[in-house]
Structure formats: C-alpha cells, structure tokens
Design a protein around this ligand. Structure first.
Ligand code: UD1
Length: 362
C-alpha cells in the first residue's frame, strides 16, 4: 500500500483537493490518502467551513502556522512539514494551487527525495511581483507529475524546459467540486435571505496585496463599488486581509453605506451568490474560472491573468486596475454588452478521476 499525503493551507486549496481525495478513495486497496493542513488560513470561515461544506475528512495533521511575513510563514511551514514527512514517509506528496503552503511543501518534499504531484501546474501570469507566480514556478520546477488545467499550462511548462513525460492535461479539479455541488448551489436560499433578486446584483471580492494593501487603492476601490451600488445592489464579502487593511488604514468610514458587506462566506453560499449574479468583480484567480464555468460575466481587476482560457473562451474581462475603466466596463455589462462564453476543454467534472488514475497507474 502506497502512502499519499496532500498538503493544503489556504482557502482555494480546499476545493481543489476535495475531489482528489474522493477519487483516490476508489483505489483504497492500492493507496492510502491523508491530508495535512498547514494552518496558513485558520479562521473557521476561511477553513473549517470548507471542510464541512465539501464533506472532506478532518486533516490527519494540522500544523497551525498562521500568518506572518512570507519568509516566516514559509519557513514555519517547512520546519513543521519536515517532521511530518520524517514520521510519515509518504510515497507521494500532492500540492494544489499556488499559495505559500504549496511551495513550502514542494521544497521540503524535493529535498527529501519524495515525489511531488502539482495539481494546477503550468499557470503563469509572467508577473514576478505576485507572490503566487514565484510559488508556481518553484513548485513546478521540483514536481514530478504536473497536472494541468488549460492548454496555456502545457505551453508554459514546455517553454521552461520541463520534460513532456511529466505533463498531464487533466482538466480542473476546482470545477469538479463545482459540478459535484451544483444542485446544492442552485438550491441555496442565500439570495432570498439577503433580499437579492437573482440576475440583478453585483458580487465583488478583493484581497490581492496590489489592490488592498495600499490605502489609496483600497479607498478608491470601495468608492467604485459605491458608485456601482447606485445601479445595482453590490454584495461584498470581505477577506480577512482586506478587513485588516480597512482597519489599519482607518477606512471604516470610507465604506460606502449602500454596499452589502459580509464576512467571508462558505462554499455553497458563495458559489450560489456567484451563480445568480449579473456580474462579478474580483481580483481572485479561482473566481475567474468559476464564473467562466457558470457563464457569469466577470471583471478581473488585475493587469494580467495566469488563466488566459477564461479570457479566450470564457466570460472573463481583464480590464487592468484603472478604476474608471472598471466602472465603464461594469456599466456596459449591466447595459447588456456581455461576452458569450464556452466551457474550456476537460472542465467536465472528471479531472480528479484522471489524476487518481494516473497516480495509481504510475
Ligand atoms: C493567500 C494566498 C493567495 C490566495 C488567498 C486566498 C499566498 C502568498 N497567498 O492570500 O494566493 O489567493 O490566500 O484567500 O499564499 N488572515 C486571517 N485569518 C485567516 C487567514 C488570514 O485573519 O484565516 C489574515 C492574517 O492577518 C494574515 C492575512 O490575513 O496575515 C493574510 O493571509 P495570508 O495567508 O498571508 O495571505 P492571503 O492574503 O490570505
């Protein structure tokens, strides 16, 4: 029996690993699978609620590392993980996504000569000022199995000289999770509970350091949402990083009164808000993909995206960080100038099954 250990730490990791765990359980005679949670995200509404919503097993290991600077957070994850790998001796470590926990786990495993599988390999924004870009590059270079979600990922890995035999185009496990919970998402009472008319409100999320760490950018962003709230109701679930900055910059009074502010929501409630939104405005990575799958218009307030398929075939509008342009594009969309979208290749709910099959066969 081979031992597989998946390392997760931050909110977007959980929905990417849940279907992999489920798919590996089908091979219970060949492999055992355990989850290690680094504790990078620690609030119940950033972590526990996802394990509950997605019916994931409790992590076998919890490292409790918490927040901090990149160096200290990454270093603490590495020190704690080394101990887990030393006692557990996994035959394979799986790391999803691009957060600090992903890179830290990949580095520790590679130094201990433990094979690594990267779920969501090959994505590149070509912007090294993003911490995630460094995490992606480092993780991919030490990984043995690179599971790719879109064609650009294959190209990027080949361009970086990664051996073709290591690259597997499998689709998107986050979309597996969305597909598996689609009925619950559609049936959620969240829109009614919040007094929203389906198809007639805007959902907004912001947490990228470039948008929310600087006082002026954050204030301007909230003002833009305030203007749009003059046209449609705007729901704004606030990420802990964003809330911390609102408090530190004493911007509580700058929050427009007409915004519907909530704390971060659970998976089903949030995806239901996304499903029925007329427009989503975000700087998230994953939300660009989820809106593309759902066919919901999405404005991405970033200068680049590592997920170009959401622009090329999906409903994503990459508009940059000029907020006048964001507002104009939003008003165009509300006025009916929308982008038709298709679902990208292999985003069919079966990516995790492909991954499990490859892992077990190899
Ligand atoms: C992290 C990921 C980012 C991902 C995002 C999704 C990195 C470099 N960044 O960003 O790629 O898009 O998660 O949410 O890995 N905090 C809490 N409670 C929590 C979690 C965070 O209060 O449960 C606060 C802490 O003050 C923490 C800060 O938010 O220091 C930032 O958290 P951190 O994990 O460092 O980065 P995120 O901005 O969440």
């Amino acid at each position: 029996m081979k031992k597989i250990l998946s390392v997760v730490g931050a909110r977007p990791n959980f929905m990417k690993i849940a279907p992999v765990d489920k798919a590996l359980r089908r091979y219970g005679r060949e492999v055992s699978h355990k989850i290690c949670h680094t504790g990078q995200h620690f609030d119940d509404f950033m972590s526990k609620i996802f394990f509950d919503d997605l019916k994931m097993p409790r992590p076998a290991f919890y490292l409790g590392v918490g927040g901090g600077s990149h160096a200290s957070q990454t270093a603490r994850i590495m020190l704690e993980l080394e101990k887990v790998f030393e006692t557990e001796h996994p035959d394979l470590v799986i790391v999803p996504g691009d957060v600090n926990s992903t890179m830290a786990a990949a580095l520790v495993a590679s130094k201990m000569s433990i094979p690594i599988a990267h779920v969501e390999a090959g994505l590149r924004s070509f912007d090294k000022t993003m911490p995630e870009e460094i995490n992606r590059i480092v993780t991919d270079v030490v990984s043995d199995y690179l599971f790719v979600t879109e064609h650009s990922g294959i190209r990027n890995l080949r361009d970086e000289g990664i051996d073709n035999d290591k690259i597997f185009f499998v689709g998107n496990t986050m979309i597996d999770t969305l597909e598996a919970h689609y009925d619950l998402i559609e049936a959620s009472p969240v829109t009614a509970n919040m007094g929203l008319t389906q198809g007639k409100y805007i959902l907004a999320t912001f947490h990228r350091p470039t948008n929310v760490d600087d006082k002026e950018s954050l204030a301007a962003l909230m003002a833009t949402l305030g203007h749009l709230a003059g046209h449609r109701k705007v729901v704004f679930p606030v990420h802990p990083r964003t809330m911390k900055n609102i408090r530190e910059h004493e911007l509580e009074k700058a929050i427009p009164r007409n915004l519907i502010i909530t704390q971060p929501l659970g998976y089903i409630e949030f995806l239901s808000l996304m499903r029925y939104a007329e427009l989503v405005i975000t700087d998230s990575g994953g939300i660009q993909e989820e809106t593309t799958y759902l066919g919901v218009q999405c404005i991405t307030v970033r200068k680049n995206t590592e997920r170009p398929v959401t622009i090329d075939v999906g409903t994503n509008h990459l508009v940059g960080t000029d907020l006048e342009k964001v507002e104009k594009t939003a008003l165009d969309i509300l006025g009916g100038i929308t982008k038709p979208g298709r679902i990208p290749e292999l985003w069919d709910g079966k990516a995790a099954r492909r991954i499990a099959e490859i892992i077990v066969e190899e």
